[in-house]
Write a protein that binds this ligand. Structure first.
Ligand code: SAH
Length: 216
């Protein structure tokens, strides 16, 4: 059974990520390594490496593997960065970030979801991840500014506190749109006041709920 998940994981990378243009070798290695099934209920393990999101309880989902790879690649991490993640969810994306950056801070709104992610990540022995419960649309000022910020829920626009908590040259990766479809967007802080914007294509996420997101 163990070997079965290893081969499913390699198959996921070879058939879902490489043909769609994921190129960063560090991202590819992390996706080959991290046991994605352990972030799901055991009943869902058989489909953990399939090409779609999966439920994680409380109407939330673990993102599709390709979207995790695409968003991570868009951060352009080298290994020395401090990264802020909004929407811990299952903790799978958090683990990928922890492999590729120096330190990861992650904010989750739902306490039960956050506790479970913490347990999973502790079992896997990650020591460079700090999770807190709160409204991530406000960012996490205490540990900023950040080299990269990733939001794994859909926002109507880029939350101002997140733009402010980027370092110069820092990148904010966030799905922007309405509640049905979004554009995966990267904001790059060129200097104090100046941001440029790139689009990485269509996606669909659950809603970012908070002061600078959607209402409850
Ligand atoms: N990257 C996660 C995605 C989880 S779904 C994964 O692949 O497992 C999005 C998550 O964002 C949900 O857990 C939801 O509760 C959380 N979320 C929504 N609004 C939030 C907010 N304002 N602050 C923090 N987390 C939020």
């Amino acid at each position: 059974m163990f070997n079965d998940y290893i081969s499913k994981r390699q198959h996921m990378v070879d058939t879902q990520l490489l043909p769609r243009g994921i190129k960063d070798p560090r991202v590819i290695n992390a996706m080959r390594k991290i046991p994605r099934h352990l972030f799901l209920d055991e009943a869902l393990w058989p489909e953990a490496y399939e090409d779609h999101p999966a439920p994680i309880g409380e109407k939330q989902t673990i993102s599709q593997p390709y979207i995790v790879a695409l968003m991570t690649e868009a951060l352009k991490l080298q290994g020395t960065e401090t990264v802020l993640e909004i929407g811990t969810g299952s903790g799978y994306q958090t683990a990928i970030l922890a492999e590729l950056a120096e330190q990861v801070y992650s904010v989750e709104r739902l306490p039960n979801i956050a506790k479970r992610a913490r347990r999973t990540l502790d079992n896997l022995k990650y020591s460079n991840i700090v999770i807190t419960i709160g409204d991530g649309t406000l960012g996490w000022r205490e540990h900023g500014p950040y080299d990269g910020i990733i939001v794994t829920a859909a926002a109507p626009s880029a939350p101002k506190p997140l733009l402010e908590q980027l370092k110069a040259g820092g990148r904010l990766v966030i799905p922007i749109g309405d509640e049905f479809t979004q554009d995966l967007t990267v904001f790059i802080r060129e200097d104090e006041q100046d941001y440029s914007r790139e689009s990485y294509g269509g996606c669909r996420f659950v809603k970012l709920i908070g002061a600078h997101g959607w209402g409850e």
